[in-house]
Design a protein around this ligand. Structure first.
Ligand code: IMP
Ligand code: MG
Length: 181
């Protein structure tokens, strides 16, 4: 497809698959009880789906739920706030929850979801495919990180720019005509 020729691969399919298997084994080693994966929509849907399959291979029997949040920015990063567009449907009390997101950037949405689920009585482990180390607005560190992400805008493997490119099976960077974006 034409669009795909303009996306430079940053993390390829094999690299993602290998890391997902490692993460699943890491989660299995924590011996979770009553395991629930909560995937943050929309960006983590592909990562979460692949991770669930690897969890199965690692001997785990997770259930899955989804949360969708919107982050509003009012002038500065630090004054933004989060609202819930879609909440989980199950009771999370006393469950081991793996909260899965695509990218940890300001950290606001992940911190909000983690605090909410913790307040509901879940034991929350946060898991992000990518971490951008430089732009944290709130104090949060992901417990599990797939890869450190360079300070570039990435797409693919669930992540978008203006709702496109989510279908790519790899993480990449959109290239401009004469070089790197
Ligand atoms: P934050 O950590 O609350 O700022 O939210 C980070 C969210 O911003 C991620 O879950 C993505 O949805 C989005 N995001 C941040 N950086 C990128 C990027 O490089 N590509 C695509 N989406 C991004
Ligand atoms: Mg997101």
């Amino acid at each position: 497809m034409a669009e795909q020729r303009h996306v430079r691969v940053l993390f390829g399919e094999e690299e993602l698959a290998k890391r997902n298997a490692e993460i699943a084994r890491d989660i299995a080693a924590r011996q979770p009880r009553n395991l629930l994966v909560i995937a943050v929509l929309k960006g983590s849907f592909m990562f979460a789906a692949d991770l669930m399959r690897e969890m199965h291979r690692a001997g785990l029997t997770p259930q899955v739920e989804f949360m969708h949040m919107a982050s509003y920015y009012e002038g500065t990063v630090s004054t933004g706030h989060v609202t819930i567009l879609k909440d989980v449907e199950s009771d999370v009390r006393d469950r081991d929850v793996i909260l899965v997101d695509d990218i940890l950037e300001s950290g606001r949405t992940l911190a909000y979801a983690k605090d909410l689920l913790t307040a509901r009585g879940a034991r929350v482990v946060t898991c992000c495919l990518l971490e951008k180390p430089v732009k944290r607005a709130v104090q949060i560190k992901a417990d599990i990180v797939g890869f450190e992400c360079p300070d570039l805008f990435v797409v693919g493997y669930g992540m978008d720019v203006a709702h496109s490119f989510r279908e790519l099976p790899f993480v990449g960077v959109i290239e401009t005509g004469d070089g790197l974006s």
